[in-house]
Design a protein around this ligand. Structure first.
Ligand code: ZN
Length: 419
């Protein structure tokens, strides 16, 4: 139970009505009420009324005068790898000095160095680091964050990551949605890739699935199964097998697709009725249309292009094709060391060619849809009270500014958590 808070005189971005995912023109509608009062109690928004229309309040609430500043839903980061052990700063410096990614991989670097460090860390240490990173995200306006496993590879390693994520769920101020990224790298300890794939599908998947629902108390439909489909990782055939098996266990399915290579995974994901396809830097116009005609979300991750190679997904093409688009950080120790949705939005507008309104919808209500969370990402009576109050009177500042923080105040589950 949290005490009532009323925020008065705010420029409220309601994001229009309800949780239904937006596509096309609807992604430009922020449902602005120029001056409104928002009342919340016990973690839930109770009323949204134009200022001066006589909002009646029973108990004595904490009152905040927004003085015309923007109040909007907190950001939902629907794609992150925030749980990891070790550091890849050294290898980044070597890359800056001219070593190629292939040379670094050959020297035991890249994703396998994170796998080794994560395997060597305890669940407690992983949870502790994860909580610190989530605090950084909350400070920049994130109120719900998805966290993937994926640096364990083995059943044992994945279960330890799951345990760390669950520990963090108990203490984090933000809400954490766990995802089982069981198909990440191919474990080089296996002589044949197909043996590792068979092992993952036959053994790791069922045990991780059972353990995830038991540990978290969530139903299978709130825990996605994810896979990285790429030439150096899981093939389209292998990824399809894993996702089909995950779907049979009642999980939504997601896939890292088209990051470097358009391999045909989009069509496969659509026919599997996957929840989302994420990355999309190499996606063709034909695949964008296919996706736009489906119920599968597209998720773009522009922090990766900024940090690694200057390649960005064409958000403009995807929205124009009717794709239900979301935007996320992809925060991870290799390709996107960035927990800030503000940065993802700034890049999504500049390089993904989204309008500011589209980027804000992609970072809130559509992102919540990717996670199957229908109670957040918009401001309306009955919605979860996850809100951010900006320092600014103009929401375009969220995308326009970079390297600063326009978030003045963050409310999660009806509680004031920062600033
Ligand atoms: Zn990712």
């Amino acid at each position: 139970v949290s005490p009532a808070i009323v925020i008065r005189n705010a420029r409220v971005l309601t994001m229009g009505s309800g949780p239904a995912p937006r596509r096309g023109q609807a992604m430009r509608q922020l449902g602005v009420i120029d001056r409104a009062d928002v009342l919340m109690s016990d973690g839930v928004i109770r009323a949204v009324t134009p200022t001066g229309s006589g909002l009646r309040i029973e108990a004595e609430p904490q009152e905040i005068d927004a003085a015309g500043r923007v109040l909007m839903p907190g950001f939902v980061d629907c794609h992150s790898h925030l749980c990891w052990g070790g550091s890849r700063v050294d290898e980044w410096e070597r890359q800056l000095a001219g070593e190629t990614y292939q040379q670094i991989l050959a020297g035991g670097g890249g994703i396998m160095s994170t796998v080794r460090a994560t395997r060597e860390s305890s669940a407690g240490a992983l949870a502790c680091d994860l909580l610190g990173r989530i605090d950084q995200a909350v400070g920049t306006g994130t109120t719900t964050v998805e966290v993937k496993t994926g640096y364990g590879l083995s059943a044992e390693g994945e279960l330890k990551m799951l345990e760390a994520i669950q520990k963090a769920r108990q203490y984090a101020v933000a809400d954490i949605a766990p995802t089982l990224l069981l198909g990440h790298a191919i474990d080089p300890a296996f002589a044949r890739a197909s043996d590792f794939v068979d092992e993952t599908i036959a053994r790791t998947l069922p045990s991780a699935s059972a353990e995830a629902t038991r540990l978290t108390g969530l139903s299978a439909e709130m825990i996605a199964i994810d896979v990285f489909c790429e030439r150096s990782a899981w093939s389209v055939e292998q990824a399809t097998r894993l996702l089909a098996a995950g779907g049979d266990l009642g999980h939504p399915t997601r896939v890292h697709a088209d990051q470097f290579t358009s391999m045909g995974m989009i069509g496969r994901a659509v026919s599997l009725n996957a929840r989302s396809v994420d990355h999309l830097e190499a996606t063709t116009a034909d695949d964008a249309r296919l996706l736009g005609a489906s119920e599968t979300f597209g998720v773009i991750l522009p922090c990766c292009g900024f940090h690694v190679d200057g390649r960005y997904a064409n958000g403009r093409m995807l929205v124009d094709a009717g794709v239900k688009l979301a935007l996320a950080t992809n925060a991870n120790p290799g390709s996107a060391p960035c927990p800030s949705m503000l940065m993802a939005i700034a890049l999504g507008v500049r390089f993904g060619k989204l309008t500011v309104s589209e980027a804000l919808v992609a970072a809130t209500v559509n992102a919540a849809g990717v996670l199957g969370l229908r109670d957040r990402g918009f401001i309306a009576p009955g919605a979860r009270a996850d809100l951010i109050l900006l320092r600014e009177h103009d929401e375009r500042a969220v995308a326009y500014e970079f390297g600063s923080n326009p978030v003045e105040m963050t409310i999660i589950n009806g509680k004031l958590v920062s600033n």
